[in-house]
Design a protein around this ligand. Structure first.
Ligand code: SF4
Length: 115
């Protein structure tokens, strides 16, 4: 049996939905994007939440507080979407991931210095 609880908690923490820059009524139509704007995140929108990367990720195995590849991919997907305003929102729930991102950067830099 697969326990998806940790993944779902971390996924919800990044608000995996578009927070519109401006509210539009149905009569105003869809939120439009150019092909170039779509290209900024399209690859990252293909995540199907299968959690295979969690099973394979050695970092997640070592540190359960790590957000994991799937959640980070989806965070990038929403932050790269021109229709989304959450990345500019001070109150957005990305602080935990920002901390994690900085920890990863620090580890990367430390490993580079060790070489
Ligand atoms: S990023 Fe992870 S959860 Fe998403 S499709 Fe790839 S393996 Fe599955």
């Amino acid at each position: 049996m697969v326990d998806s609880g940790d993944f779902m908690t971390k996924l919800a923490s990044i608000k995996p939905w578009i927070v519109p820059r401006e509210e539009r009524s149905l009569a105003q139509g869809e939120y439009r994007q150019t092909p170039a704007q779509l290209g900024q995140f399209e690859q990252f929108s293909h995540c199907i939440n299968c959690m295979l990367c969690y099973a394979a990720c050695p970092q997640y195995g070592l540190d359960p507080s790590f957000m994991g590849p799937g959640v980070i991919a989806l965070l990038h997907r929403y932050n790269s979407d021109s229709r989304d305003a959450a990345k500019d929102d001070e109150d957005h729930q990305h602080d935990g991931l920002r901390n994690e991102e900085w920890r990863l950067r620090l580890r990367w830099r430390q490993r580079r210095q060790e070489r």
